[in-house]
Design a protein. Structure first.
Length: 411
């Protein structure tokens, strides 16, 4: 697609033929017929494969790549990724079941997140996945449950680092946080861990999400390695795993530029020799959610009505914030900005105009595009929200107003 939206980064991942968007090699109009209903999410498996290949090309070959399921837990997507990545990170028993359904062996699955319930811990220990412990209290529960089950639990410590990831969309480390164990408390926890006889794998240090600033990520990688090396001095067993998080961002909004992945890869190449010398048994892991799937997905809804109100044009659609909270601007945005939105069956169109795309919910928050330029559209045309493969359906309040949930397809 040529750059019809100069304010957004050029989005070239899906070809356009006869002015119709193609996904998975299928013209959108045909895909809508195949799916049979709107709205729906469609994810392009080839794009996911290509994204993993791009990462493999730029990251050091001995780094393991994990998929953080919460970005997109659709079972078909999880299964597809299981054949491409080295492991998965889960944050609930439900996500753990999805990961255990794949070909991955349980010790390639790690379970992070605060507030794990006893039932979840028990399932995880029984399954043999690695528990990223978020507190000293959680460690005590894990040890007790392990004893009860007659299994030595596999554990890592999730560390709340003593530094922050700059320019991150969502900070998840540094300062006071509900996530992980404050770095300064880790030595005491390691002493206790030894007494409890847990099977210690290493550390998990996740600093934040949706970061497009390669320099900030490079800096955090360097500091994460240093912290891992420092904390390892107090460990009773060799550190076998250092999960350095992820947080690689994708361009969504006007002014966003794609992440400079080569720079991040080169920096990691430079950093690897020292960490491997100081921690000879270590496996470095990067865990990514959004970066693997966001750009491979679209959300498709149908225009129900074209409406004029005091000079402004509204396209009222059958989709909205109940399916795609993030595109409405209500999932972590401070100031609402438009996602890239196009008319999928007439990408350029013959005429262009400024319109707002809204959903069927009785709330002014139900906006998918606010005064954006797009092809002139009318009832039955197809609105497409790009960059929708991550934090879409399962991050949305689907029960709100009682409309049916959207379908998901992997093409
Ligand atoms: C959410 C989360 C991720 C995934 O973050 P992305 O920004 O989607 O890559 C990875 N690890 C942990 C611990 C998380 O909570």
């Amino acid at each position: 697609m040529n750059n019809s939206y100069p304010e957004h980064a050029p989005l070239v991942q899906f070809p356009v033929q006869d002015d119709c968007l193609q996904i998975g090699g299928i013209p959108l109009i045909r895909l809508v017929q195949r799916v049979g209903v709107t709205p729906f999410y469609a994810y392009d498996r080839q794009k996911i494969t290509e994204r993993v290949a791009l990462l493999r090309q730029h990251l050091p070959p001995d780094i393991h790549l994990h998929y953080a399921i919460k970005a997109n837990p659709m079972p078909a997507v999880v299964q597809h990724l299981a054949n491409l990545v080295d492991g998965m990170d889960v944050a609930s028993a439900g996500e753990m079941r999805a990961a255990l359904d794949t070909v991955l062996s349980p010790d390639r699955i790690s379970f992070a997140g605060p507030g794990k319930k006893e039932s979840e811990l028990r399932c995880a220990i029984a399954a043999g996945v690695i528990l990223n412990m978020e507190s000293a209290q959680e460690m005590e529960s894990i040890a007790q449950l392990g004893e009860y089950l007659g299994i030595v639990p596999k554990v890592a410590i999730r560390v709340n680092p003593d530094f922050e990831l700059k320019s991150s969309g969502m900070k998840m480390g540094g300062g006071p946080k509900p996530f992980g164990v404050d770095a300064e408390q880790v030595p005491d926890m390691l002493t206790r861990l030894r007494a409890l006889g847990l099977d210690f794998f290493g550390f998990h240090i996740f600093s934040g999400s949706q970061n497009l600033n390669a320099e900030a990520i490079q800096q955090v990688h360097a500091r994460t390695f240093q912290l891992g090396i420092r904390l390892a001095e107090n460990a009773s067993a060799p550190v076998r795993m250092l999960n350095i998080g992820g947080g690689f961002g994708v361009p969504y909004f006007p002014g966003d530029r794609a992440l400079n992945l080569p720079a991040i890869g080169e920096n990691l190449q430079r950093l690897m020799p020292e960490v491997k010398q100081k921690l000879p048994d270590v496996q470095i892991v990067i865990e990514l959610g959004r970066y693997l799937v966001a750009e491979a997905g679209i959300y498709v809804c149908r225009v129900l009505e074209r409406k004029l109100s005091r000079g402004q044009i509204f396209l009222v659609t059958d989709g909205g914030l109940h399916h795609h909270l993030a595109a409405s601007g209500n999932f972590g945005q401070v100031i609402r900005k438009n996602y890239p939105v196009i008319i999928g069956n007439r990408v350029q169109g013959t005429k262009r105009e400024i319109v707002s795309v809204v959903g069927p919910l009785c709330t002014p928050l139900d906006v998918l595009a606010d005064q954006m330029q797009m092809a002139r559209a009318s009832a039955d045309d197809l609105v497409v929200v790009l960059q929708s493969g991550a934090y879409g359906l399962t991050a949305s309040p689907t029960a709100f107003l009682g409309h049916p949930a959207p379908v998901e397809v992997l093409v």
